[in-house]
Each structure stands twice: as C-alpha cells, then as structure tokens.
Design a protein around this ligand. Structure first.
Ligand SMILES: *Cc1c(COP(=O)(O)O)cnc(C)c1O
Length: 859
C-alpha cells in the first residue's frame, strides 16, 4: 500500500536537550564541524544512515537514547558549549558591523533573489553552480554579518535524482520532499497563522503561497511554496520542480519568485520588525519581475508615476548576469507575458500589478524583435548596477549586450564584474581548516590569512593530507559505484570487483559538472585508445572519476553520459574510470577533497566563471583547465595547467581534436611525471610545491568572503547610497532623474556636434604635443550641464576606427550662434596614426555612469 500523503513528526526532545533543536534547524551546522561531530556522537551508525541530516537524526533517534543523553554530563557539556557558540555566532558584531562603526554607510538591508539555492544536500533546492553560488553567498554574508535576506521558491521535488539504466542511460526520479522534514519553519503572523502571499493570475484566479524560512546562520532564506489547499491543483503545482515544465509553467514560477518574493520580503520585515531592504540583488534574471512589483508599490503607495518609480527602483537594484551563451538566456514570448500581466479582457491596465500599464512592463524586457521578452534585458534595464561573474565574463557580457547601448564601444558598456568565490568552511576538508585555524588563529574575519600561512606547512604533512583525502574518496567511490550497479540490476555476488576499483596511490583526476554541450563532458574520450593507455600505464597510471546530470529534456546530454558510462563499463578499464550517478553536494565534497587534478574543458568563453575548480583548489587540488571563466584571470603558471585553447578555430571537430590532444599531451608530459617523481621519502616534491602554491595563492582569492565583500563595497554600498538619494525628501531624486530622463529622450534626436576645430599642433607632432579642440554642440533645448562633451583620442585604423582611446571631458566656455562651445587641450597619448573625435553624452549626478542611458552623439 502506498501512502496518499506523507508528513514528518519531529521527536519531542527532553528539556535538557532542547538546545539540539536550534542546532539542527540552523543550517550553520552544515559548515561547522564541531556541531556535526556533536550530532554524530549521538549515534554514529544512525548519523551515517540518515546521511548526516540532523533533522532526520532527531526524528529517528530512539527516545531511550535521548533520555540517556539527557543524563550524560559529558554530552551535556558539549551541547551547552555548541549552543553557546551558535548564540555567539548569531549575536557578535562581525565585519559589516565593524565597517559601520568606522563610519562606512552600508545598506540597512539587502534582499538577494535567486531561482535556486544550494545550501546543503539536506535542502535539495538547486540544480548546479548557480544555486551553489547563491548558497555560498548567503553563508559568507552570514559570516560577515550582512543584513541579507535570501528569497526563492521551495520546490516539492527539488531538481531530479539521477540514476542509470543497465545500458547507461540517465533516468530521473522526483522524490517528494515534505517541508516538515526539512530544516524549515513557517513564516507566521502574530496570531500563529501562516503568513500568506497572494499574486493575481489571469481569469480572476489567485496564486497563494506560504513562506518557509531556512535559517542560514544569521541569514534568513525565504522560500515560497504554492503547494497548499488555498490553490487549485494546477496552481499547487507551480512550485513542483526546479527547471521542469514548459514556458507557461516557468513564467508562473518567475512571477511568484519576483512579485511574490517582494511581497514575502515585506511580510517578513513587517513581522520581524526589520527595516525594508535598500538594495535588491537579482542573482540572474529569473526573478526580474521583482522590479515591476517594486514599481507598482511606489506608483500605488507613494503616488509616483512609472518613470519616477523606475528611477527609484533602478537606484537600489543590482543585477548579476551568469549566461554568456545567448541560447541560455531566459526568454518568453511577449504574448505570454502580456497574458499574465494584462487586464482580464486584455486591457493595458495590469491586473497582476494594478496601476501599471502592460506596455511599460513589456518595454522593460523588449528585444529588437518585440515579440520576445528577455529576462536579461529586463535585469539590465532594472538594475542601475550590473555585473558578470569573472573578468572575462564581464568582457563577454559587455560585448553580448552592447546592442542595449547603441553607439558605445563594448568596453564602455556599464557592466562590471565580481569574480565568484566559494565558501571555504563548506568546501575545504576539515584537515585544511584545522591547519588554517591553527596557523592564523580562530579569527575567521581574517580568513584569507589562514590560507596564506599554509605555505609554512611541511611538504611531508601536505602530502600526508592529500593521501588521506584521496583514500577517503576511493572509499566513497566504491560505495557509490556499488549502489549504482545494484540499481542497474547487478547482484552483490557479481560485484566483488568493485572493492578493487580505484587505487588510493594513483593520480586521481575529477570531472564533475552539469552536462550542457559547451562543457564537453566527452572531450576526454576524443581518442579512446590514448585515454585507455593513460589509464592502464603500468608505472604512471591515472584514474578518472566523472559525474554530472543532464537536463531531463536534453537527450543529447544523456547520450554523452551514456558514452562515458559505456567506456567506463568495459572490464579492462573499469578499475580506473567511473561515472558516478546523482552528482550533488554530498558527492561533490568528496571529489573536491580527494582529486589531485580538477579537469575543466569548456568551449571558451562560454563558462561564465566556474566554481568547482575553486573548491578543488581550496583542498590543494591542481586545476587542469582551459583558460576560461575564473581560470583565465587566476592561472599563474605555477598553480596548475592551462590547456591551450583553439579558440577561433571554426570547425568544431577540429577544435575538439586540437584541444583534446593538448590535454593528453599535458597529462603525459607534465602532470603525470610530476606526480610520480618522488624524493627519498616518497614525497613528490615538485608536485607538493604546486599544491602549496595553490593553497597559498589561490586560497585567499577564491573565497566567497572576498566575493561578498566585493559586492558590498562595489555594488551594495553605492546602490544603497543611490537609493537613499532617490527616496529622500519625498522622492525628490527619483522625480528629478525621471524628469531629466524625459527631457533627454525628447531632446536627444536633435542633439548634434555641429563643428569641431583643432589648433595648436606643431608641424610634426610628438607624444605629449598639445592638441587644442573646440566643439560647437547643438543641444536641442538641453542645458550645457545636462551633458558631458568629450574629446576622444586614440589609435586610428585603416578604416578610421579608433582604438586604445583616451576620453577627456571638454569645458563649457560659452554660447554662440552654432550652439554651446566646449574646449579642451589634450596631450597626444601615443605615437603612430592617431585620430580624434568629439561626442556628447547625457550627464546627471544621479546616474551611475554617463553611458547608463545608452545615448551618445558623435561628431
Ligand atoms: C560547485 C558545484 C557546481 C558548479 O560547478 P562548475 O564548475 O561551476 O560547473 C555544480 N554542482 C555542484 C554539486 C557543485 O558543488
């Protein structure tokens, strides 16, 4: 008999053990090893069986054991110490508070929206890198004391769980997670009833959601859940799965996450008595409708018009793009958006967001083809500050979105970058954390110091740690491989060989990630015989562990997985190469700890950042990677290897051949010899030099705490300052900026640089010679201080295009019949063919950059 529905009943803890409750529910335990050890000590066998999940643990531990613990002085002392430590963690002023005490003005609150959050495997609410990054962002924000609130959806089935059929095809299953069994509490009103969020749907329907709170250290994560009795069957299913379903399903999810998400934040801050967040951060464009909801709030609540509200909302919005693959951008048919936002009979007045016109909402996400609504464009138009997630990705994004800033060079597009980071306490093995703590002292605010000091650890100790971690991984691989074969239909009796799979002394290479085409899962199989020879080499073998999920709708990806599985199933190599199904955080951890080499071979430049290699680096893993994403900026010649890219070779087969061959070559010539070259006591000295260099040099750079500080200083603080200016004195700033923007829109078609005169150059100019420029600019009714007029000087190519330019603002010196006069003297910055031009751009003190409005007039 199958149960119709299931729910979880939490155990009643004896009074003296009450402290276990908060320790289990606050996800801080997931990066705090002493708390994990405390739970393990309750019942080590059970701890393994419940897969290290404290909430499940407390549900399953026998009452008699709890009673015994309640009388166990030693256990109670540990419990009290860990409870006190958690209280201290939650209350003590941290980096953010110290900055504020120094007088730095930081936001009173930040709302961080993401479609997925990977905080821990016990809350399976993520599919891959984007979600894990969001989880790491919350954890680092907690460690640093940011007043941040996470916002997303709670998916009843999470992403999917992956297993393999006998012939190596991916199969997916969708467990039903019961929220009562997860580390969550409901957001409730003062009277104890659940706070409900409502969003209007077409046909006079209402989508209602309750709000679960996952406590991530100091940071609350609000997760909206539509699976409640108030909804009909269809609407209950809105939060069924992450990235499942069609466009119609997906837009409902994104409306709930964006519009419902803002309403959830309002409910949470009202109930908790917290200030409204000044900054809203969109982690990717999925929750972009949050901006439309905030515009509605200001239109209906503060009496602003759409443009004024937009100016205020933009000021406090940060948008992070993660997708350098145009096909990967989230887009909807404009008609679908219209369907969800317009009035019941298709009126322009929105029913979902009363007070707003649908045409204005549609314009925010418009592409050049107006039938398409683009969530990235929406993000870029709603965020006054935008960024990519590595230096290279920032560059690629500026090129990719240059059409939104017509007339500008890509380098001027106002999209910056903050390179992703990873949360060390989540991803580094406890062995390394203990070293780092011992060396730097337990003050985690200066976390980076610990990694730098790892250079002082003896090579022999570093090597011993690497060996321990590799051996642990080998055990884990055998355990998972056995489970997989049993699922694939094998019997225990046939699986004796699994005990001989992998060797704890052999160089171990890892490759684990989602399986979109650009990540090229099967590049390593390009020349199967060459790979086989590497695996089976008698003196210097390599072993390879592979994992990754393919999107359920992507049969191409599943075929790639099958190719790897079939290769790895062969009896002659199966002890040296494995494909492990169901890649998730619980597996990833062992891979990052134990792999000697972390392999990544994406098609450059399609990997926005990549973070798995960073996690490996924090464990002394050496990266062997195409120079893409983070590796492009952090590879230094000694912290790993760069696989030469054939970037620019158009024939993709040839490109794959070239890059695969370079990969084999690096392994044969450099990686393997270094690993197997040992000194008298068996230590691979040159290898360990690279390990040490990696820990010391990459450690501090790849930390999520570095990333969150970068966001705070470069994005959140300026956004909060802009938002305050916009809001102050009855929204004077927002009104002024909106008014200015309207004047610019009206006047701009008439603006022109009427005439440019030069003087002052000697007959034979040299570097540094002074060029005097005078420009007459007709401003079509704008004032001289409404614009900035710039001289642009640079190298000039055969087709007269300028490059390596220097821009110098020109001074307004008067008015004459040709227009406003601007002048400047420029020292020639370079030799060779040099050219110049003059241009005019809108300028206003409340704009973050002169390029922001995407308007420019060239002479
Ligand atoms: C880090 C991580 C990812 C992301 O890895 P990439 O290098 O960005 O592809 C995906 N899944 C899991 C489980 C991770 O831990």
């Amino acid at each position: 008999m199958r149960a119709l529905r299931r729910f979880t009943v939490r155990a009643h803890l004896p009074q003296r053990l009450a402290g276990l409750g908060p320790l289990a529910v606050n996800l801080r335990w997931s990066w705090h090893t002493p708390t994990q050890d405390l739970f393990a000590s309750i019942d080590p066998g059970l701890w393994r069986r419940v897969e290290q999940d404290p909430v499940r643990m407390l549900g399953e531990v026998p009452p008699a054991r709890l009673d015994a613990l309640a009388a166990d002085e030693q256990f109670l002392a540990r419990l009290d110490a860990e409870s006190a430590d958690l209280d201290d963690y939650l209350a003590r002023p941290r980096w953010y508070q110290h900055e504020q005490n120094e007088g730095v003005r930081l936001p009173s609150g930040i709302a961080y929206f993401s479609m997925e959050f990977g905080v821990s495997e016990v809350l399976p609410n993520y599919s891959g890198g984007l979600g894990i990054l969001a989880g790491d962002h919350l954890k680092a924000a907690s460690d640093l004391g940011l007043p941040l609130i996470g916002v997303g959806l709670l998916y009843r089935s999470g992403y999917f769980r992956q297993s393999l059929t006998a012939d190596g095809w991916q199969s997916e299953h969708y467990p039903n997670y019961d929220p009562q069994g997860l580390p969550l509490r409901l957001l409730t009103e003062a009277d104890g009833t659940p706070a409900l969020i409502q969003v209007a749907m077409p046909g006079h329907r209402t989508l209602t959601a309750r709000v679960w709170i996952a406590q991530v250290g100091r940071v609350p994560l609000l997760l909206l859940d539509s699976d409640i009795a108030e909804n009909d069957e269809e609407l209950r299913g809105v939060t069924d799965r992450l990235y499942g379903g069609d466009q119609d399903h997906r837009i409902k999810q994104e409306i709930l996450a964006g519009v419902g998400g803002v309403r959830a934040v309002r409910a949470y801050t009202r109930i908790a008595g917290l200030p409204d967040p000044e900054v809203f951060h969109m982690n990717e464009g999925h929750a972009g409708f949050l901006g439309a909801e905030r515009i509605r709030e200001l239109v209906t609540g503060a009496g602003l018009d759409f443009d004024e509200a937009l100016a205020a909302v933009r000021a406090g919005t940060v948008f992070t793009t993660h997708t350098p693959v145009p096909a990967g951008i989230d887009r909807f048919p404009a008609d679908l958006v219209r369907h969800y936002f317009s009035g019941p009979n298709g009126e322009n007045e929105s029913a979902l967001l009363p007070g707003l016109g649908v045409d204005r909402i549609l314009a925010l996400g418009r592409e050049s083809d107006s039938r398409v609504f683009n969530m990235a464009h929406l993000g870029l138009r709603l965020g006054q500050r935008c960024n990519g997630v590595s230096k290279l990705h920032g560059r690629v994004s500026r090129e990719m979105f240059v059409e939104l800033w017509p007339g500008f060079d890509a380098r001027e597009v106002p999209i910056g970058s903050v390179t992703n980071g990873v949360h060390a306490h989540t991803w580094a093995a406890r062995e390394w954390l203990e070293f780092a703590n011992r060396l730097a002292g337990p003050d985690r605010v200066e976390e980076a110091k610990g990694w730098e000091l790892l250079q002082t650890v003896e090579p022999r100790e570093l090597w011993a740690t690497r060996n321990t971690l590799r051996a642990q991984l080998v055990e884990e691989i055998r355990r998972r491989l056995r489970r997989s074969w049993l699922q694939r239909g094998a019997t225990e009796a046939e699986l004796g060989w699994v005990d001989g799979v992998f060797d704890p002394h052999v160089l171990t290479v890892g490759f684990a990630r989602r399986v979109p085409t650009y990540k090229r899962l099967t590049l390593m199989l390009r020349d199967p015989e060459r790979l086989r020879a590497l695996l089976l080499d008698e003196e210097r073998p390599v072993q390879l562990v592979v994992a990754g999920k393919s999107h359920p709708a992507d049969d191409g990806g599943k075929a790639l997985i099958q190719q790897v599985v079939r290769f790895a199933d062969a009896a002659d190599v199966r002890h040296r190469i494995v494909f492990l199904p169901d890649y998730d955080m619980s597996m990833a951890r062992y891979l990052y700890w134990g792999c000697d080499v972390w392999l990544n071979n994406p098609l450059r430049p399609l990997e926005a950042c990549g973070t798995s290699g960073m996690k490996s680096a924090l464990n002394g893993g050496l990266n062997l990677s195409i120079r893409d994403g983070w590796w492009d900026e952090m590879y230094d010649g000694e912290n790993g290897w760069a696989i030469p890219t054939a970037d620019g070779v158009m024939d993709e087969h040839r490109r794959d051949d070239l890059e695969a061959s370079a990969l084999y070559e690096l392994l044969e010539r450099s990686v393997l010899p270094r690993f197997y070259d040992r000194d008298g006591s068996g230590v691979p000295t040159r290898w360990i030099e690279m390990v040490r260099h990696t820990l010391q040099n990459l450690g501090p750079k790849v930390l999520a705490s570095r990333m969150v500080r970068d966001y705070t200083v470069q994005y959140y603080a300026p956004a909060a300052a802009a938002a305050r200016e916009a809001v102050a004195h009855g929204f004077a700033g927002a009104r002024q900026l909106a008014h200015y923007r309207r004047r610019v829109e009206a006047a701009w078609p008439a603006v022109r640089v009427a005439q440019v005169d030069s003087a002052g150059l000697p007959d034979i100019p040299e570097i540094g010679s002074k060029l005097a420029l005078t420009a007459h600019v007709y401003l079509g009714g704008l004032r001289a201080d409404d614009v900035v007029v710039q001289a642009v000087v640079g190298r000039v190519g055969p087709d007269d295009t300028l490059s390596d330019v220097v821009t110098v603002p020109m001074r307004h010196t008067g008015t004459d019949p040709l227009g406003e006069v601007f002048e400047v003297e420029v020292a020639l910055p370079m030799a060779g063919s040099v050219g110049y031009t003059v241009r005019a751009l809108p300028h206003h003190e409340l704009l973050a950059s002169d390029a922001e409005l995407g308007k420019v007039v060239l002479a």
